[in-house]
Design a protein around this ligand. Structure first.
Ligand SMILES: [Zn+2]
Length: 161
């Protein structure tokens, strides 16, 4: 059960990072409005890191209360629950790490997709590369390459879910 506790703790700890990724992906990029609240155009990301962090944590623009990200705790609870469940079902550790990463990426992509109807490559591609690398490492460590198929299927299921 130790791995489950560690996975749950990891889920809580990565929550703020997932939240920041969601906020960063949700705001439009490549135009002058980048980093501004979609509601009141006030800057909610950079250059002031304090504003970025507090906005990401609360999930709302500080000025007009426009919803920008999921409410506090929701992301953390979700990622902790998902990683805890994976730790119960998935072994060995490297495959668990890959599945957890895929799930975390899936949470970000799901939240971003729900709000913008578009999947950001800057989240999708690094996540896929990292998951693939972990799965390959797991296959090498295990000397059981046939595990890769089922692990990839699990990762795909995590993304689909
Ligand atoms: Zn605003």
């Amino acid at each position: 059960m130790t791995s489950v506790a560690v996975a749950v703790a990891a889920g809580v700890l990565v929550g703020p990072w997932l939240r920041a990724s969601i906020v960063a992906s949700r705001l439009p990029s490549g135009d002058p409005a980048r980093g501004r609240c979609p509601g009141c155009s006030r800057r909610v990301l950079a250059p002031d890191p304090g504003t970025t962090v507090s906005t990401a944590l609360v999930g709302r623009c500080r000025a007009c209360r426009q919803r920008i990200a999921a409410p506090t705790v929701v992301i953390e609870v979700l990622s902790a629950a998902v990683l805890g469940l994976l730790a119960l079902r998935v072994h060995p550790l490297l495959v668990l790490a890959a599945a957890g990463l895929a799930a975390a990426g899936g949470i970000v992509l799901g939240a971003v997709d729900a709000s913008t109807q578009g999947l950001p490559d800057k989240v999708l591609i690094p996540t896929l590369v990292a998951v693939a690398a972990l799965l390959v490492a797991a296959g090498i460590v295990d000397h059981r390459p046939e595990r890769l198929g089922s692990a990839l299927a699990g990762a795909a299921a995590a993304f689909a879910g």
